[in-house]
Every structure is written in structure tokens, then in C-alpha cells.
Design a protein around this ligand. Structure first.
Ligand code: HAM
Length: 434
């Protein structure tokens, strides 16, 4: 066994893996463009502070961070949103709104590698900035769902669990108004599905002494609600100021109505089990899961209206999401939704030592015309070269025999039909384009 192994949580992409990755990226890009989003990118490495200040405590523990040779504290990006916020914030005034941007790129988190979670992974990020309407939230949710649909996934395969940080905050404010405690409670709720109940209770007790049991019970009740009517009742019983709750539930209804008119309501479940681990969300939040609930999240996102202001720029509302490639790739393979991915070559050149020069010249002409052509680097018996053509999956073999080449001709063989045609050099391209 070689001593040189790749690092834990980092993948090597053999050609078939790269083909799957490209297939996934192409679908991301195609879908984003059909929604009128433009592609951008940001640095892979950023000042560590960009993330420690804005992403929240969970991401901080997962940073892939170093000191560079200039003594700067730097990190491989764990997510794209803070970089996007900086890019847009610094030029927002001169930009036409709404800004609709997407990106496909690698992210790094120093997590314990496990099923669906690696230390390097790719994300498709899409964000809509400069518009605080409910319709902007709906557009982002629609893009997330439509992207997965374009892979062939249906509402039997996945659902989007939709929740709201504003209602969660109205609930939490009944227990504490300290901002750090409120964020701590959100963090506990976020982990509830992955952590033992006793641990969550202990954490709640730390934040709100001798209230842990009561708060946990209330959280469980809220989490079990899956309708707007249920939400209304829950908050009535809780005596939360009804004007604020009613206004928000009205906006929730507006969001669902827009998703209904997109024909996407079947994909959406109201689900307060979702709060999101990242600190910057301020409104509707969501995660997308496989229906079975077995795998890790396929995607996550929501509204984050304060982040750009907190980075020191003029306030700008924003909403967005990211889909990861790891869980998505697994599901596509499990459901046989990956087409035959490795491309075969269109033509294969068969030649002799004597016809090599002319064969190479004709081959380059085809390549210049965007035709895929391959050949054996050294001439071999025709039978061996034709076998290589079959193995390469070539549609045509172009055989440069010596007598034919002297007459500026080659034999074009259709490999599937086993038919052959003697063709003058200038007509080769026409024949193999049929
Ligand atoms: P996130 O929920 O941290 O959100 O990540 C989004 C998706 O990236 C996850 O649902 C998952 O598919 C994938 N992902 C995250 N961590 C890993 C990992 N260690 N290994 C494999 N896949 C992973 C964000 O990153 C936000 N910045 C999304 C966003 C954009 N919000 C607004 N705009």
C-alpha cells in the first residue's frame, strides 16, 4: 500500500466521477440560467474573521484555517454567503436590483467525515439580493425545487421543510430577550434531531435555569405543527402578541400561495424542526431532505436581511440557498437518474507507418472542426487498431490504407452497421457528420 493517501474527507475524481460531477454542475447552471440568474465566483481562501464574525459558532468549529506566510489568519471557505455579502455590499449602489447571482464551487469544512458529510464538497449557491418581498423568498424556493426536479427527482423523492425564524423568535422571546441566549436556544433547536434529548435539556437549562423542561415541551409542540391554522392556535395559547403573529402568518400564507401558483406546493411541508445552524438568518428558512428522511440535507437556505449591514455596508435584504453535491450525487445514483456519462469518441483513425503523416493531417482538420477523434499513438496491425476503435466506442473508423491514401482517399467504416465507403479526403467530414 502506498504511503501517499488522500486526506480524510477529500475525494479523488476519476473520469467517471468527474463525468457525474460535470453532469450535476451542468444541470445547476442550466436551471439557474432559466431563472435569470448570473454566475459569479469568490476567492477560495478568505480572512478567517469573515467567517468567525458572521457564520455562527458551528461553522467556527469546522474551519479549515491556517496562518499564511505573512502572518495573516486565513481559512478555506466553509460557505460562500459571507464572500457574496462582501462582493455585493461593496458595489450595491451601482448595481441594478434585484441582484440574482449563482455560483458552483468547492467549500471546505473540517467536519468528522461520515455518510453525506466530507471535508471538501461542492455547493450550488443561488441568492437574490435587494428585494425583501415574500415573492423573492418564493422565487428562491422555486429555484431550489426546480433544480432537483430537473434531475428527474419528484415530490415522492424529496421535500422542502419550510420554517420561519421570525415566529421562532416570537416564541423564544417569551422565555428570554437576551440576544446571545436567543441564538443559543436556536442552536439547541437546530441540533434537536441529531442529539440526545437529555443533552438538549442540559443545554437549555444552562441558558434558562430551571426552565429547561418547560421550554423543551413547548419546542416539541411547535415542532409537531404542520399547518398555518395549527400555528395560529399554538401562538394564541401562548399569548404571544397577536398582531405580530397574525401579520407573519399572513405572510406565510402569501408565500405558500405563490408556491402553489408555481405548481410546487406538493414539495413543501411546514416544519418547525428547521431553524438552520448558521447565525445570520432572519426570516423564512428551509432545508431539503429526501422523503425517507434517511440522508443528510440536500440543501439549506433562507432570508438573511442583516448580514450585509453587519459587514459594514449599507443594509441590503437577501435570500438564498445552497445545494450540496454529496447527498445529491448519492440519491441520483440510487435512483438511476444518472445517464450514461462517459462520452465516447466520434471517430477513430486507423493508419500505417507510411500513411501516418497524411492521417495525422486529416485528423487535425477534423479536430479543428470540433469532431472528436482518437487514434493509437503508434501504428499497429489494422485488426488491433479496429479493436481499439470498438473499445473507444467510436461511431466511425477512418482507415488510411496505403493504396487509398495515394489516391487522396480513406475508407470510412460505420462501426455499428459494419458498412464501408471509399471517401476522398475533403468529403470525410461530410460523411462522418451523417
Ligand atoms: P448549509 O446548510 O451549511 O448552508 O449547506 C448547504 C448544503 O451544503 C447542505 O444542505 C449540504 O447538502 C451541503 N453541505 C454542507 N456541509 C457539508 C459537508 N461537510 N459535506 C458535504 N456536504 C455539505 C450554507 O452553506 C448557506 N451558506 C446556504 C445559503 C446560501 N444561505 C443563503 N445563501
Amino acid at each position: 500500500m502506498s504511503v501517499f493517501q488522500s486526506l480524510p474527507g477529500f475525494r479523488e475524481f476519476y473520469p467517471e466521477d468527474c463525468a457525474l460531477r460535470n453532469f450535476i454542475f451542468n444541470c445547476f447552471r442550466r436551471t439557474a440560467e432559466t431563472f435569470g440568474f448570473e454566475e459569479y465566483d469568490a476567492p477560495i481562501v478568505e480572512p478567517t474573521e469573515l467567517f468567525t464574525a458572521k457564520s455562527g459558532s458551528e461553522i467556527i468549529t469546522q474551519l479549515f484555517n491556517f496562518e499564511d506566510k505573512g502572518g495573516r489568519q486565513i481559512s478555506l471557505r466553509p460557505e460562500l454567503t459571507p464572500s457574496l455579502a462582501r462582493m455585493v455590499g461593496s458595489r450595491a449602489q451601482s448595481m441594478k436590483k434585484p441582484i440574482k447571482w449563482f455560483s458552483v464551487g468547492e467549500q471546505f469544512r473540517y467536519e468528522r467525515p461520515q455518510k453525506g458529510r466530507l471535508r471538501s464538497f461542492y455547493q450550488f449557491n443561488a441568492d437574490l439580493l435587494g428585494d425583501d418581498s415574500i415573492e423573492a423568498d418564493a422565487e428562491i424556493i422555486a429555484l431550489a425545487i426546480q433544480t432537483l426536479r430537473n434531475f428527474g427527482l419528484t415530490c415522492n423523492d424529496f421535500h422542502l421543510r419550510l420554517s420561519d425564524r421570525q415566529l421562532w423568535m416570537l416564541f423564544i422571546k417569551q422565555h428570554t430577550c437576551d440576544e446571545n441566549c436567543m441564538l443559543a436556544i436556536l442552536g439547541i433547536i437546530d441540533k434537536l434531531e441529531r442529539e440526545e434529548e437529555a443533552k438538549s435539556m442540559e443545554a437549555l437549562e444552562k441558558v434558562c435555569p430551571s426552565m429547561g423542561e418547560k421550554i423543551l415541551g413547548d419546542i416539541k409542540n411547535l415542532k409537531s405543527i404542520h399547518s398555518l391554522e395549527g400555528l395560529r392556535k399554538f401562538f394564541e395559547e401562548f399569548k404571544v402578541p397577536s398582531a405580530a403573529v397574525n401579520a407573519r402568518i399572513e405572510e406565510f400564507a402569501q408565500l405558500l400561495a405563490r408556491l402553489d401558483s408555481f405548481g410546487l406546493l406538493d414539495f413543501v411541508s411546514i416544519d418547525f424542526g428547521i431553524v438552520r445552524g448558521l447565525a445570520y438568518y432572519t426570516g423564512f428558512v428551509f432545508e431539503i431532505f429526501e422523503r425517507s428522511g434517511q440522508s443528510r440535507a440536500l440543501a439549506g437556505g433562507g432570508r438573511y436581511d442583516d448580514l450585509i449591514g453587519k459587514l459594514g455596508y449599507a443594509n441590503l435584504s437577501a435570500v438564498g440557498f445552497a445545494i450540496g453535491d454529496v447527498t445529491l450525487g448519492k440519491i441520483l445514483e440510487e435512483k438511476n437518474l444518472t445517464p450514461k456519462l462517459l462520452k465516447s469518441i466520434h471517430c477513430f483513425i486507423v493508419y500505417t507507418k507510411k500513411t501516418a503523416a497524411v492521417a495525422m493531417r486529416e485528423m487535425m482538420l477534423l479536430r479543428e472542426n470540433s469532431v472528436g477523434v482518437d487514434y493509437c499513438l503508434a501504428p499497429a496491425p489494422f485488426s488491433r487498431q479496429l479493436k481499439a476503435a470498438t473499445q473507444a466506442g467510436a461511431k466511425y473508423a477512418i482507415i488510411f490504407g496505403e493504396t487509398e491514401a495515394d489516391a487522396s482517399c480513406a475508407v470510412v467504416k460505420n462501426m455499428a452497421l459494419r458498412s464501408e465507403e471509399l471517401v476522398e479526403f475533403p468529403r470525410i467530414i461530410e460523411v462522418i457528420s451523417q
